[in-house]
Design a protein around this ligand. Structure first.
Ligand code: 5AD
Ligand code: SF4
Length: 441
């Protein structure tokens, strides 16, 4: 085809961005763009950006700089920026980066085809206005992952929590839930196309439906999704501990399709820090929730996020974080050094922790994490796990998939198992994955 054009998307940050990138690829297919992994061959390069920490933001500028030469060499190459940095910077990005063609915010994906066509005619545009209607999430189509076994399905977007360190409420806007009928229809369609597992996605899925009159609760949504024939597994992310209801915890006992896995960010282990973070729960309440989750599903795998070096964090506060991490016994943990986000409440707080101190605390937590995850992965050796096979490894010699508890497993077997649930005997626990053998009775 002569008018076939190539699209290269680079995604930074969270799963919401990964999912948005899939949507962008679907949208631009309509203009004749197909995806490539090779930026040097692309006709359109899009950076889907994250501004949750300063480092992520700096990376974007670095990347834009590195594409300057390519833009000069390749006539007609278009360059766009989307996501949270685009939302924040808007027009300013076009001014700062003269070789940039388009900027689109987190609510403006649906304008992209029109903007790309304008850019093809030489028009530079930035679109970053928020849309506060509950139909917004259906303005853009579901993302497609070709031949995918698993699929992200957006159920809500935005955040109303205003944790004091976080830029998300400013760059993703207020919480909006998508209509359950549309979510269920999307999942039924995905299952008909061969998808076996869905991850319900949102900045704070637990508050799904609360603000929308007549809408069902998140727990009820899970029950209705679980009733879809042919769907094997359900996951969801991300959860805010303050919005975990007893009804939701009960779902882990009642719904076999709901995977025994939850990402439940604590952020800190000391009440003083949690309060300054505006998290809305205490250490005791968090630990109570963890106990209830383990009660509902004894083998549940819990992962979390921790920020070290929040303003005013003392040695004692940090010790409390370490002891919380130990007590929860996380399956995995995402650890972050606090990064000041201009415009947030925490940016005004006194008591900045020194760079050195932050790094030392981070290193201690990392060390603890290394031991914990290795120990946990080794504990699976000798067990039999149900693995949903997602594909063939890059080297082509093994299959890979995930356990119900979200551990990656590699094992040798026939590629015809892709898309099926295999019984795998675990033979080795690495730092970040498991090795197994197909189980034969
Ligand atoms: N500094 C460090 N980490 C942050 N996060 C969010 N904002 C900041 C910040 N300003 C972390 C939180 C959140 C994860 C996505 O990123 O732990 O859960
Ligand atoms: Fe940010 Fe808190 Fe909302 Fe998560 S819940 S996106 S940390 S404001």
């Amino acid at each position: 085809m002569t008018n076939e054009k190539l699209l290269y998307i680079e995604t930074f940050g969270c799963q919401m961005n990964v999912s948005d990138s899939e949507k962008i690829a679907s949208l631009l297919k309509g203009l004749g763009y197909s995806s490539t992994d090779d930026s040097s061959r692309a006709d359109l390069i899009i950076l889907n950006t994250c501004s949750v920490r300063a480092k992520a933001e700096e990376k974007v500028y670095g990347h834009l700089g590195s594409f300057k030469g390519l833009k000069r060499e390749r006539k007609g190459l278009l360059l766009g920026v989307g996501g949270c940095v685009a939302q924040q910077e808007g027009e300013r990005l076009l001014k700062k980066v003269p070789w940039l063609d388009l900027v689109f915010g987190t609510h403006n994906l649906h304008l992209l085809p029109e903007m790309v066509q304008a850019a093809e005619r030489g028009e530079r545009r930035a679109e970053v206005q928020f849309i506060d209607s509950d139909t917004r999430l259906d303005l853009f189509p579901a993302g497609e992952t070709e031949g995918g076994v698993t699929r992200f399905v957006t159920v809500m977007q935005g955040c109303d929590n205003f944790c004091s360190y976080c830029i998300v409420p400013y760059v993703r806007g207020r919480e909006i839930s998508r209509r359950s009928a549309d979510i269920l229809a999307e999942i039924r369609g995905a299952v008909a196309a061969g998808v076996k597992e869905v991850t319900l996605l949102g900045q704070n899925v637990n508050s799904y439906g609360i603000k929308t009159e007549g809408e069902i609760s998140f727990a009820e949504l899970l029950r209705q999704v679980a009733a879809i024939d042919g769907l094997e597994r359900i996951r969801f992310t991300t959860s805010h501990p303050k919005d975990i209801s007893p009804e939701l915890i009960a779902c882990f006992a009642e719904l076999p399709k709901l995977c025994g896995y939850i990402h439940l960010p604590a952020q800190a282990g000391s009440d003083a820090v949690l309060s300054r973070m505006n998290r809305g729960y205490t250490r005791q309440q968090y630990l109570g929730m963890v106990a209830d989750l383990k009660g509902a599903r004894p083998d549940i795998q819990i992962t979390g996020d921790i920020i070290v070096g929040f303003p005013g964090e003392t040695d004692e506060d940090f010790e409390q974080t370490l002891s919380l991490v130990e007590e929860v016994d996380y399956a995995d943990l995402f650890t972050f050094i606090y990064s000041v986000r201009p415009g947030t409440k925490a940016a005004e707080l006194p008591g900045a922790v020194s760079r050195k101190e932050k790094q030392q605390r981070f290193d201690r937590l990392q060390e603890m994490l290394r031991i914990m995850t290795r120990r946990r992965n080794e504990s699976f050796v000798g067990t039999r796990q149900k693995v949903l096979v997602e594909g063939v490894s890059k080297r082509g010699d093994q299959l890979f998939g995930r356990t119900d508890g979200n551990r990656v497993v590699n094992f040798s077997a026939d590629p015809s198992l892709v898309g099926k649930i295999a019984e795998v005997a675990i033979t080795f626990g690495y730092q970040n994955s498991l090795l197994g053998e197909l189980f034969h009775d």
